[in-house]
Design a protein around this ligand. Structure first.
Ligand code: SAH
Ligand code: SF4
Ligand code: F3S
Length: 450
């Protein structure tokens, strides 16, 4: 039935499968833009697609294994419809020697690109369509000009804006610097232009600035140096009603000036994702994070003194090579001291080519599992307790989603509140009062005054 509909409409369909971080989510919007320019339309149903694109991540082995399994599963679609084009792009394929092995394993793949040439996707598709040749092109770097890459944005409220690409930090566990290349900041003028257009012409209400370490942003405007704090102030000055979010911040580069900018800029969310990774100075040193436990805790104190209600979240790796029970307990102690609003906890995963891959004293899986459970349990207790403390508080919230039964809204502190009122409008801003909690979830009502 659907096939005949498709035949009748003669529409070519694409399906994108995205793995990994927000950076990838945004890059999939650039992939969608290119496909749209070639007259393809999106479909949620992979079985119907004329072109299937996997935008991959390789941050941990578990992610990679799942992705490879899903790519392999496309074989059955290719058997019944051999003309379907399959493309694999992104971080996973950018790894040294990976693309060749992938093609050997799955010869049905038509296109392989890395992280530096995603904007060549449309040309690659045309080549495959014209002469059915396979394209396998991984390049080491590019000049990152975003100009002229069409973008089909996936969301109506939030728009992602890259402010920089790549990473120079080489944390010893992390593959990102190898697959994304060295850090490059985009021109301030281009970023301001993008944000202006997104909020003034396209009516976006949230602008999320993206970079692996936004705190080291560095560019210039009219001959003056622009760091991240200055960039926030410039964006905050753009006319319009919108919120500014950003990620990710590296604790070693969080300056006093940036804390002041977050405090003083009305449009900037009072929410900070500030990954600590470990609560042990010894482990942090081996991770090459370039700060100590004490430095991190001082930062948190400074932040809370200046912006008392700031919401904080973190990433933590358990089972880093050589992590002792004492090191792990230091991490448990740190999360209890900080009281994060959210923590993303991962088991250390060996990544090919990184320094930590060959470090001695790798930790057994059973120990990693036990530690991740303990840490998550502590965090759950903290979240529940913090949620209880919100009962009775009033917030101004942005309505982000409305379902049949409720509206889902967020405070400028990044907290999510569910409101039993389906008549609210997405994008509107209302005052609410938190009336109840369910676990760590906040439930609220529209606040109509005393
Ligand atoms: N640039 C960001 C995000 C990097 S990737 C930052 O510096 O925070 C997101 C998270 O994945 C990291 O913060 C880290 O906690 C986790 N991660 C990275 N490499 C990992 C590995 N090899 N094993 C387990 N977790 C890892
Ligand atoms: Fe990876 Fe560290 Fe760079 Fe983040 S800062 S992307 S964890 S190397
Ligand atoms: Fe994954 Fe690449 Fe992001 S490795 S986490 S998609 S930068």
């Amino acid at each position: 039935m659907l096939l005949s509909y498709r035949g009748f409409m003669n529409t070519k369909l694409y399906h994108i499968v995205t793995y990994g971080c927000q950076m990838n989510v945004h890059e999939s919007e650039k992939i969608a833009g290119q496909l749209y320019a070639l007259s393809y339309t999106a479909t949620d149903n992979i079985e119907l697609a004329d072109i299937i694109i996997f935008n991959t991540c390789c941050i941990r082995e578990s992610a990679e294994t799942k992705e490879i399994g899903n790519i392999g599963a496309v074989k059955t679609i290719k058997k019944s419809r051999p003309n379907v084009i399959v493309a694999v792009v992104g971080c996973m394929t950018q790894q040294k020697g990976f693309a060749e092995n992938l093609i050997k394993k799955f010869p049905f793949i038509n296109i392989v690109l890395g992280t530096h040439n995603i904007n060549k996707l449309s040309n690659s598709i045309l080549s495959v369509l014209n002469d059915r040749k396979r394209i396998n092109e991984i390049i080491d770097s590019c000049d990152y000009t975003d100009k002229n890459v069409p973008i089909i944005r996936d969301r109506t409220l939030n728009a992602w804006v890259n402010i920089m690409y790549g990473c120079n930090n080489f944390c010893t566990y992390c593959i990102v610097p190898y697959v994304r290349g060295r850090e490059v900041s985009r021109l301030t003028e281009e970023i301001l232009q993008d944000v202006k257009e997104l909020v003034q012409q396209k009516n976006y209400k949230i602008i999320t600035l993206l970079g692996q370490n936004v705190n080291s942003y560095s560019s210039s405007l009219n001959g003056e140096k622009v760091d991240f704090a200055k960039l926030l102030r410039l964006i905050n000055n753009i006319e319009g009603e919108f919120r500014i979010k950003f990620m990710t911040s590296h604790p070693k580069d969080l300056s006093n000036e940036l804390i002041s900018a977050i405090k003083e800029c009305k449009k900037v969310s009072k929410y900070l994702h500030l990954p600590v990774q470990s609560g042990s100075t010894q482990v942090l040193k081996r991770m090459n994070r370039r700060y100590t436990r004490e430095h991190y805790l001082n930062l948190i104190e400074k932040l809370r003194t200046k912006i008392p209600d700031i919401a904080l979240s973190t990433d933590i790796i358990v089972g880093f090579p050589g992590e002792t029970e004492k090191d792990f307990e230091d991490t448990c102690d740190l999360i209890q001291k900080v009281r994060y609003n959210g923590a993303f906890v991962f088991m250390f995963s060996k990544r090919s080519g990184t320094v930590a891959e060959t470090m001695p004293n790798q930790i057994e899986l059973a120990v990693k599992r036990e530690r991740i459970h303990r840490l998550l349990e502590i965090q759950k207790q903290i979240n529940n307790k913090m949620a209880d403390e919100e009962i009775g508080k009033k917030f101004e919230v942005l309505i982000e989603e409305v379902t049949e039964k409720e509206a889902i809204a967020s405070t400028s502190f990044g907290k999510v509140v569910r409101i039993k009122d389906a008549n609210l409008r997405v994008g509107s801003i209302v005052d609410i009062i938190v009336t109840n909690v369910k676990g760590s979830k906040l439930i609220g009502e529209v606040y109509l005054g005393e």
